[in-house]
Design a protein. Structure first.
Length: 493
């Protein structure tokens, strides 16, 4: 059985590689470009590369050059090949996966590492501790049974349903399915509802992990760029582009983040929500709406928040996904989805082929937080985000004025235009300066957004100035190493 998980077409790989850098010999330069793409995570490990003849035509290079580049990659451990199966990307023994948050950030000379790779907050220790203590008291009552709840604990489904209802989306517990995080919910939806070869539409830039999850489910991706005039304004949906894609490609589903979009922080207004919903209804496309950031309205009055997209849907065309990771803590691994009761039952049945449910204790902890401490928890998070943004954004404007950004409407992410500096080069330089950086290309398709990066708004205010100084030092190192962008520039950005 082949060890590759996906295939990249010659034109797509050519776009990722961008213009040749002119270095000689050409095969070594090409091998270096491919190695860099793998190391940055822009070319996933396990991707089957085009045959030598096909890539030769796409790059206008000799087949001998392609063969020599592939051979160099094999010798360095970045490529595996087998006769009849082709060649696929790999990592050498001892080489850590790209952008892997499981590995500690290497400290700088002062011993102070900075992790800017994950947009996830630390736990609210006092609130979490109290909720956990109450959950432990309740656990014995649940320990009398088998402990398997494929749809989730009733007490947590009720709490999530009440929260949806309070936000203007009337919901009953039988419309809620509890999962082990939002990505678990998304994976369940993708694998259950998509057939191999069906199209799925995604906004771009978008949440980094979704394209790979969709491809793993067998989907063919159709990207719809967000729209804005300049880097200092928040983007909107390109409704004309969406209508064209929905009408022409007829995707089975579309994945969207209308509330404080990751990575841009944009908030989509109700008029655009209605327009996209109408187009999806005409195209018979399901909308999978990610509300992971929806409670984090730190920069917009509550009275101005648009209603949840599903509240505008009269045809149950929207599947809503949420999570406790941003509001509470990612370590809880609690997510959920809201859909029609029949679909919830179908998804719960499909889930049994993968796992029998989310851990009971964590569900009890989350139920305690949502039922008893939600308002307090939200206000704590919003205050933290306002303070972090109030310190970080001015420091960036002062120390790195060539980096441009729009102030987010809410959420936990800041999208930065680096003025032509490669986000991948910044990430590599950060390995030497003790900074983990999420390069912009992680949030696009086919190498787009190389000249961007995403910062989390989780930097403590007292650390903002030092963090920006570390970023500036990282940028200087990246520039010395020739870290200008070479890949395709996104037209809408």
């Amino acid at each position: 059985m082949a060890e590759w998980q996906s295939t990249i077409a010659p034109p797509a790989l050519a776009r990722l590689l961008g213009a040749p850098d002119g270095a000689r010999p050409a095969y070594r330069a090409l091998a270096g470009q491919l190695r860099q793409l793998v190391a940055e995570g822009r070319l996933p490990v396990g991707t089957r590369l085009p045959a030598e003849r096909e890539l030769s035509a796409a790059l206008a290079l000799s087949r001998t050059t392609i063969a020599a580049a592939y051979q160099e990659l094999r010798q360095s451990g970045f490529l595996h090949s087998r006769r009849g199966a082709g060649s696929w990307t790999a990592l050498p023994a001892g080489c850590r996966p790209p952008a892997d948050g499981l590995f500690p950030v290497p400290p700088d000379a002062a011993g102070q590492p900075v992790d800017l790779g994950a947009a996830s907050p630390a736990a609210p220790q006092a609130l979490l501790g109290e909720a956990a203590a109450r959950a432990v008291e309740q656990l014995p009552a649940y320990a009398l049974g088998h402990g398997h709840y494929p749809s989730g604990l009733p007490v947590l489904r009720e709490a999530v349903a009440r929260r949806f209802t309070a936000r203007g989306l009337p919901t009953t517990p039988d419309q809620v399915l509890i999962t082990s995080g939002a990505m678990s919910a998304l994976g369940l939806v993708f694998h259950t509802l998509l057939r191999t070869g069906e199209r799925a539409a995604v906004e771009t830039p978008g949440y980094a992990h979704v394209p790979r999850a969709l491809r793993t489910a067998g989907a063919r991706l159709v990207a719809v760029p967000l729209q804005r005039e300049r880097p200092t304004e928040l983007p909107r949906w390109d409704l004309a582009g969406w209508r064209q894609v929905l009408r022409g490609a007829a995707p089975r589903l579309a994945y969207l983040v209308p509330d404080f979009q990751n990575p841009t922080g944009a908030l989509i207004d109700e008029e655009q929500r209605r327009g996209l919903l109408a187009a999806a209804r005409t195209a018979d496309t399901l909308l999978v709406v990610d509300e992971t950031m929806a409670e984090l309205a730190w920069n917009v009055p509550a009275a101005e928040l648009p209603r949840p997209l599903a509240a505008l849907d009269r045809d149950t065309r929207v599947i809503t996904v949420g999570s406790a990771s941003k509001l509470a803590w990612g370590g809880l691994r609690i997510g959920w989805l809201r859909a029609a009761p029949a679909l919830v039952r179908r998804l719960a049945a499909a889930r049994l082929h993968h796992d029998h449910g989310t851990p009971v204790l964590e569900q009890l902890v989350c139920a305690q937080l949502l039922d008893d401490r939600l308002d307090e928890l939200r206000e704590l998070r919003l205050a933290e985000l306002r303070a972090a943004a109030g310190a970080l954004l001015p420091a960036l404007r002062e120390r790195l004025p060539q980096w441009r950004f729009a102030e987010p409407a809410g959420g936990m992410t800041l999208w930065l235009d680096t003025g032509g500096l490669s986000g991948g080069a910044l990430a590599r330089a950060g390995e030497h300066t003790g900074v983990r950086i999420a390069a912009g290309s992680l949030f696009g398709l086919d190498g787009a957004f190389e000249g961007y990066l995403r910062l989390p708004l989780t930097v403590p205010p007292q650390a903002a100035a030092a963090t920006v100084e570390r970023l500036a030092a990282t940028a200087e190192l990246a520039l010395r190493d020739g870290g200008r962008t070479t890949g395709p520039a996104p037209a809408a950005f």
